[in-house]
Design a protein around this ligand. Structure first.
Ligand code: NDP
Ligand code: 2IT
Length: 448
């Protein structure tokens, strides 16, 4: 879909010119600007107030050197980033990604998306993202610790419980958050909720680990219910086998579905009897192993090299939970040919524009990342609330709040789509609903 409005077309050209060589960022902005066409026709005051010009420009980009020493005494130098994208509605909030593919454009697209996602949660959090091109794979715990300490030594200058609160993302889980928190506390001599996804013994929230995957299923459940459908008896494919994927599989299974495939960056497993999640947890959470080891425990399952093949597995519901652009037009067509009914995104921007078009033009229910995976950051905001109160809620209390938040997100996204004449287009609904709260706030704050 092309942008027709002249102002938006020119803005898109400016974004491409100002951010050369960052296709993921261009892709994320293009999608949002397309969705905003009917909004600015109704609200030209947003253009006048400079809101749309500002919303595509990060407030601050922090880029730094991260030197560290490996177990053999060799010095390595990585790059660290924190992009504080938009702080209109609350302290900057968003994860840290450690993956060799990280560069400024990846962090920028993620920070941009986070701004809208965080707005959709209904909680007071601005948008940010950070990370490094460091690859935790194959590193010892001590190497990861030294890297995290070096990373935090620089990052600590820019974050704080009321300023910017990072969390996990790809390659950053409980272990990394622990090392990062320990170094922050040591440098600043303060015990505050400066990070979320913390361990339960030092201020973490119950249900944060499960939140993104559970929230994805709560959102999908709502999207299905609108059409009189449910997870009950459905065949589901979940890509990835990290934090989001594991808890999406757990909740989809609890809701009556059979998950038959999971993957990692090397390949995917297909288990016609339904994935045994205890085995996956043991491989991934305990041993940090590879998904192919699943067939050592379950020889009746199949392992296939290459991660794209997972989209050729026949399913009713697909939940991409690995990484950006993992479903291209061809994979989307394969899913459609196999009769997929619903797709909801656990990862950030896992579907290319061609894939989204293929789903929507074939009547597949499509839940976009900003809305569908917002449960993780929403629960991070609940962790911040608990830290501020120096109190903690039970698992059931947090899970119930998460459930309500996901139901509300679905309702708000769906009604925004309908209000702007695009009923059932949840991509447009999410972009519009996420935008309006931030835009109204930016207008209220003046030119700042
Ligand atoms: P993890 O690091 O726990 O797991 C990532 C999973 O995705 C692994 O199975 C990994 O395989 C696979 N993967 C990563 N990169 C690639 C790649 N380039 N190609 C194929 N597979 C890949 O991360 P999370 O589960 O936390 O994150 C998954 C997605 O969900 C990301 O898009 C993230 O931004 C998004 N997300 C995460 C949230 C959270 O709270 N953690 C919240 C909202 C969204 P391998 O082990 O082989 O690398
Ligand atoms: O993409 C995301 O929303 C996350 N990685 C979670 C961010 C957070 O602050 O919990």
């Amino acid at each position: 879909m092309a942008i027709k409005n002249t102002y938006l077309t020119e803005l898109m050209e400016t974004v491409i010119k100002r951010n050369p060589g960052e296709p993921e960022f261009h892709q994320a902005v293009q999608e949002v600007l397309e969705s905003l066409e009917p909004v600015i026709e109704k609200h030209p005051e947003y253009i006048k107030a400079g809101v749309i010009d500002s919303i595509v420009e990060p407030e601050r980009i922090i880029k730094f050197r991260v030197p560290w020493v490996d177990d053999n005494g060799n010095v390595h130098v990585n790059r660290g980033f924190r992009i504080q994208f938009n702080g209109a509605i609350g302290p900057y909030k968003g994860g840290l990604r450690f993956h060799p593919s990280v560069y400024e454009g990846i962090i920028k697209f993620l920070g941009f998306e986070q701004t809208f996602k965080n707005s959709l949660t209904g909680l007071p959090i601005g948008g940010a993202k950070g990370g490094s091109d460091f690859d935790p794979k194959g590193k010892s715990d001590m190497e990861v610790m030294r890297f995290c300490q070096s990373f935090m030594t620089e990052l600590s200058k820019y974050i704080g419980a009321d300023t910017d609160v990072p969390a996990g993302d790809i390659g950053v889980g409980a272990r990394e958050i622990g090392y990062l928190f320990g170094q922050y506390k040591r440098l600043r001599d303060e015990f505050t909720g400066v990070l979320t996804g913390k361990g339960l013994t030092y201020g973490g929230s119950l249900a944060r680990k499960e939140a993104t995957g559970f929230g994805l299923c709560y959102f999908t459940k709502e999207m299905l219910a609108e059409k009189g459908q449910s997870f009950e008896g459905k065949t589901v494919v979940v890509s990835g086998s990290g934090n989001v994927a594991i808890y999406a599989v757990q909740k989809a299974t609890e809701l009556g579905a059979k998950v038959v495939a999971m993957s990692d960056s090397n390949g995917y497993v297909y288990d016609k009897n339904g994935i045994d999640l205890d085995t996956v947890k043991e491989i991934k959470e305990v041993r940090r192993g590879r998904i192919k080891e699943y067939v050592d425990v379950h020889p009746e399952a199949e392992y296939h090299e290459g991660c794209k093949g997972i989209w050729t597995v026949k399913c009713d519901i697909a939940l991409p939970c690995a990484t950006q652009n993992e479903i291209d037009g061809e994979s989307a067509q394969a899913l459609v040919n196999n009769g997929v009914y619903a797709v909801a995104e656990g990862a950030n921007m896992p579907s290319t524009p061609e894939a989204i078009h293929t789903f929507q033009s074939n009547g597949v229910l499509f839940g976009p990342a900003k809305a569908a995976n917002a449960g993780g950051v929403a629960t991070s905001a609940l962790e911040m609330s608990q830290n501020s109160m120096r109190y903690s809620w039970t698992f059931e209390e947090v899970d119930a709040k998460l459930h309500d938040i996901m139901v509300n997100i679905y309702k708000n996204v769906s009604s925004a789509a309908a209000e702007y004449g695009m009923a059932d287009n949840l991509v447009a609904g999410a972009n519009i609903a996420g935008f309006i709260k931030v835009a109204e706030t930016m207008k209220a704050h003046g030119v700042v």
